[in-house]
Design a protein around this ligand. Structure first.
Ligand code: DGJ
Length: 546
């Protein structure tokens, strides 16, 4: 009897420990409308870089790792190619996955695997030869005028089964080699899905679906009337049908993969950019300017309804248009969608975009094409982003936690606005961009608006601060009603230092020129400051000589 009880207890303990391993799997958590990517049970800020498309090869990876090191990333995004992983139907070769997982571990990095399956930039370039050469079995999309496209039809059950099968095998393998270690923290399902060449599939099979009723699940979730696609969606019917077909397909792929190993899964987006300013070109055309049916701004609602197995819709961003970046952040940072920027350009402005995204709760940010394979002539890492990442990497966990707790804000310089005021609980941080800052005049700003700062509240009068070409001073927030209290605020002590393994370590104390008129983050000096403030009366009649 006793023995049975001991065995039962042991079994219980074993199951609990198994559970706790499963419980610590990478996952997305949500609190008070904010999201965190949890890695090993704690919020994680993904400082990423994506390698070039043809770099996940043993011949290339030695030229990849040094760039990632120079970039100061904590995560690498790297593709797994369907054509290489399943060279013959049902025969799998996981060499690429093993290469990436082992390499990431050796370099102490996390890994996001990008499934280049049915879709890659709105086309089917990565499907295996046995799919490419058999369009009868694996049907292509057909345009309205009958052109056979190099896009697999999202309306074909055979295509879906083939991709699902391969993706399940991938996730089974990832679980086998990484289920306990969590090197792999997220999966991108497909790449920039949607179709290039047509707004939707006009094949006979797809046409039949298009003429049918909008599925009731979509009608219910979107709170629309029921009816045919044309009746429900009017002029947008073709594009929304493509969005539903693509989202539904990818949802089934993700669902099958999660049944094997439920890592967080996202879809990256080739967003809709404004059309070039030519007369009468006021509207980008789906299938021409961008892949039709992907999770672009206009399709988010359909995707959210049709692809619940996709945790995040994540916009790729390749533009210098800062207003567009703000619009994209506003579109994808939703109560049902964490903000994650999985691909960006490499220009200096992206350094500021990182701060802006962080201040809007981003769980990760990742420039594209970071390696030393020589592609695109790029033998340098993006400078503004690498200086950001080198600053944030030692404190990525602290920053992620502060952001998840709603304690972190950023200020990013905008044209003609050299000063910004951030409101915290009881205290305001005043960020002024550019140097030199002269008494009595507005700060000069920087010549290319690259000033940026981050302020996070650690306690009522304690803050963690960093930035580039910015000064940060503190003032008491006005009392309710706008009347200032009879109080003033002073710096008690400003420690320069860094977090190491979760503990703050001071290297020196800032004072004098470094703290006059604010904490001065000036020039090439990359500093993180932990500042303690205190208050005292502004006027004290009792101490004035009478
Ligand atoms: C976006 C795609 O997602 C990437 O794979 C790559 O093709 C880049 N565009 C190139 O700019």
């Amino acid at each position: 009897m006793r023995l049975t009880r001991a065995v039962t207890l042991l079994a219980l303990l074993a199951s609990l420990s198994l559970y706790s391993v499963a419980d610590d799997m990478p996952r997305l958590d949500k609190k008070d409308g904010r999201f965190a990517l949890m890695v090993d049970g704690k919020p994680f800020l993904m400082l990423g870089s994506q390698i070039n498309n043809s770099s996940s090869w043993a011949s290339e990876m030695p030229k990849v790792w040094p760039a990632l090191e120079d970039m100061h990333v904590n995560t690498v995004e790297a593709p797994v190619y369907w054509e290489t992983m399943e060279p013959e139907p049902g025969k799998f070769d996981f060499g690429t996955v093993d290469l990436l997982v082992n390499g990431a571990r050796e370099h102490h990095l996390h890994l996001v695997l990008l499934w280049f399956g049915t879709w890659k930039n709105g086309q089917a370039h990565y499907v295996p030869e046995w799919v490419k050469t058999n369009p009868k079995k694996y049907p292509r999309e057909v345009s309205s005028y009958g052109k056979v496209l190099d896009v697999l039809s999202p309306n074909s059950a055979t295509n879906l089964e083939a991709d699902k099968n391969a993706f399940s095998a991938l996730m089974r393998h990832v679980k086998e080699i990484d289920g306990a270690q969590h090197t792999v923290i997220m999966i991108q399902v497909e790449n920039e899905s949607g179709s290039i060449g047509a707004v939707r599939d006009y094949s006979a099979a797809a046409q039949k679906q298009f003429e049918g009723q909008v599925p009731s699940s979509l009608v219910q979730t979107m709170h629309t009337n029921s009816g045919t696609w044309s009746k429900v969606f009017g002029a947008d019917a073709d594009e929304r049908f493509a969005a539903y077909s693509t989202a539904h397909y990818i949802n089934e792929v993700a669902r099958a993969g999660k049944a094997e190993y439920p890592l967080p899964m996202y879809c990256n987006v080739w967003i809709t950019y404004p059309v070039a300013a030519l007369e009468n070109r006021d509207h980008p055309t789906p299938g021409q300017e961008y892949p039709s049916g992907g999770p672009q701004q206009g399709n988010i609602a359909v995707w959210k309804a049709a692809a619940p197995a996709i945790d995040v819709l994540a916009p790729d961003f390749y533009s210098d248009n800062v207003d567009l970046f703000h619009e994209i952040v506003a579109a994808y940072r939703r109560d049902d969608n964490a903000l994650f920027i999985p691909e960006t350009g490499r220009g200096a402005n992206f350094g500021s975009y990182f701060f802006y995204a962080l201040g809007h709760g981003a769980i990760g940010f990742s420039p594209f094409g970071v390696d030393y394979t020589g592609w695109g002539g790029g033998q340098k890492v993006p400078e503004a982003l690498s200086e950001n990442f080198s600053l944030f990497k030692p404190m990525d966990r602290e920053i992620a936690q502060l952001n998840f707790d709603g304690k972190l804000q950023t200020a990013v310089e905008q044209k003609g606005q050299p000063r910004e005021r951030l409101h915290f609980d009881g205290v305001d941080a005043i960020v002024s961009f550019g140097f030199p800052q002269r008494d009595g005049v507005m700060p000069p700003g920087t010549s290319d608006e690259h000033g940026r700062a981050m302020v996070a509240q650690l306690g009522p009068l304690e803050f963690l601060v960093t930035g580039f070409d910015a000064s940060v001073s503190f003032a008491l927030a006005n009392a309710p009603g706008g009347t200032a209290k009879n109080e003033q605020i002073e710096i008690l002590r400003a420690d320069e230092g860094q977090y190491a393994d979760g503990k703050w370590q001071t290297s020196r104390i800032w004072n004098g020129d470094q703290t006059d008129r604010g904490l001065n983050f000036r020039g090439a000096n990359k500093s993180v400051i932990r500042i303690r403030l205190h208050t005292l009366p502004l006027y004290d009649e009792s101490v004035r000589g009478k």
